[in-house]
Design a protein around this ligand. Structure first.
Ligand code: SF4
Length: 469
């Protein structure tokens, strides 16, 4: 390693450091602050109580995603609490001169879907948002950090965060993915291998031939779930793929300014001889479609694998595994393939983009949703919905028996009418399978790629999508 060689995290961190704090944390300048209706109202109230203005309204952008219904977004919203939250966001953004992408704007959607598609997310930025899955934006080579409500207040008031600098683990995915294996399977494998706490204290730098061959949308899926592996953030070095994605987007620089920005963005990529706290290699050619079976995203198996046997697992992990088996109603050692499902959900900030819907539609075309299975397709943004409509995807989904909905978080977190009922089992393209995550305290979630969810809907059971494709 040459003395001046640096990885991307260190380059971005150093250029955004206001000062090192006595606590050992960095006071980090935040280039872009994304807000939504759930974690911002208390932050605005705290700001008001302190009589402080928003420091950089022009660096702050808002959307409505968690509470927005996906059947009818007609105002006033049918749920009065949801309407109240939207009214509060409208007032707070209006009073503070912040741009809001509401349903009437035609640009509304899940915060981690609209940031990239509007060109707000750019390489080398520091990005904060009051949502765990902010790591998504790292797909462009940004350092994107999920924050809590009091930190949302801090960023609104100062455009800065007090935060520890993470170490960097480089994860190289080598080889080439087989047909039917997607970005979702890559990240679920990484989390399975390194554990849901394996990334604590780290930023994950994703690299290697599989990542380099991915589209921006696939990289967004990988970075999205960094947080599920415990990492503070995850990123991919900027390259021609991410830079070309940004060309011509609403908030991207234009003309000569874009070329100047592109030169700067490329220079931020990790130097070839940069140093890392840790390195991991995963052979992408060996991956199969992955499905979670438990109550955290690390509890997963390849679709053609059997569930773990408790006796084969380390003694200290057995109680936790037994709890997961009991909650999920599954039996150690059984095959997961063939497990019956009641609900199929395609959407979320992990897998609600146009390429996800195209892959799911490719599968949906081959059959019909089994009667009794509730199958939802929810575009991640209004722009994704428009693109899908142009390509005739809603017709394909409807003909197969899926419901085609409007943009929002929907059944990922179920802070809106889209919820599991009772002990329903959902095949879901979202990112968390915690107990009760999808709105029912006893509901069960199996995470998988959108194509796998579509396959599960057509057979009413966990199905290897490779058989269909
Ligand atoms: S889709 Fe799910 S994870 Fe993503 S922002 Fe919405 S609720 Fe959070």
């Amino acid at each position: 390693m040459s003395k001046s060689a640096k990885n991307l995290l260190d380059k971005v961190w150093d250029t955004h450091t206001v000062r090192e704090l006595p606590s050992g944390q960095t006071q980090l300048f935040i280039g872009l602050h994304l807000i939504h209706e759930v974690t911002s109202p208390q932050a605005f109230a705290m700001l008001q109580a302190l009589n402080l203005p928003v420091r950089f309204p022009q660096r702050t952008f808002a959307t409505v995603d968690h509470i927005i219904p996906t059947e009818s977004q007609q105002r006033p919203l049918a749920d009065s609490l949801a309407e109240e939250m939207l009214l509060a966001l409208e007032k707070n953004t209006r009073d503070n001169g912040i741009t809001l992408f509401d349903p009437a704007s035609g640009k509304q959607g899940i915060v981690h879907v609209i940031g990239p598609e509007l060109g707000l997310t750019q390489p080398g930025m520091t990005i904060a948002c009051g949502d765990s899955h902010t790591s998504t934006h790292g797909a462009f080579g940004a350092i994107a950090i999920g924050i809590g409500t009091s930190q949302v207040r801090d960023v609104l008031a100062t455009q800065c965060l007090a935060i520890e600098r993470p170490q960097v683990r480089r994860i190289e995915v080598t080889g080439k993915l087989c047909s039917g294996v997607y970005a979702k399977d890559v990240i679920l494998t990484i989390i399975r291998e390194l554990g849901v706490k394996g990334g604590i204290g780290f930023a994950y730098e994703y690299a290697g031939p599989v990542i380099e061959a991915m589209t921006v949308e696939e990289r967004l899926t990988v970075c999205n779930m960094s947080i599920e592996g415990g990492a503070r953030c995850g990123y991919v070095n900027p390259d021609a793929v991410s830079i070309e994605y940004l060309r011509g987007r609403q908030y991207s620089p234009r003309g000569a300014a874009f070329e100047r920005a592109a030169k700067l963005w490329r220079s931020l990529a990790s130097d070839p001889d940069a140093d890392y706290a840790d390195r991991v290699e995963i052979d992408g050619s060996k991956l199969a479609p992955v499905v979670t079976w438990g109550i955290n995203p690390g509890q997963s198996v390849a679709v053609d694998e059997r569930l773990p046997r408790l006796a084969d697992q380390p003694r200290e992990e057995q109680a936790q595994l037994a709890e997961a088996f009991e909650y999920m109603g599954l039996t150690p050692g059984d095959p997961l393939e063939g497990t019956p499902i009641d609900v199929a959900f395609i959407g979320s900030c992990t897998n609600g983009r146009i390429s996800d819907l195209r892959e799911a539609a490719r599968v949906a075309k081959t059959g019909k949703v089994v009667p009794g299975v509730r199958a939802l397709v929810v575009p991640g943004s209004q722009a994704v919905a428009r693109q899908a409509e142009e390509e005739g995807l809603p017709e394909i989904f409807r003909a197969a028996g899926f419901q085609w909905r409007q943009a929002g978080c929907s059944m990922c977190l179920a802070m809106n009418p889209d919820k599991l009922i009772g002990r329903e089992m959902a095949a879901s393209s979202s990112n968390r399978n915690f107990k009760g995550r999808q709105g029912s305290p006893t509901g069960r979630t199996l995470l998988m790629s959108p194509a796998m969810v579509a396959a599960a809907a057509l057979r009413a059971k966990v199905t290897d999508v490779r058989e269909i494709l």
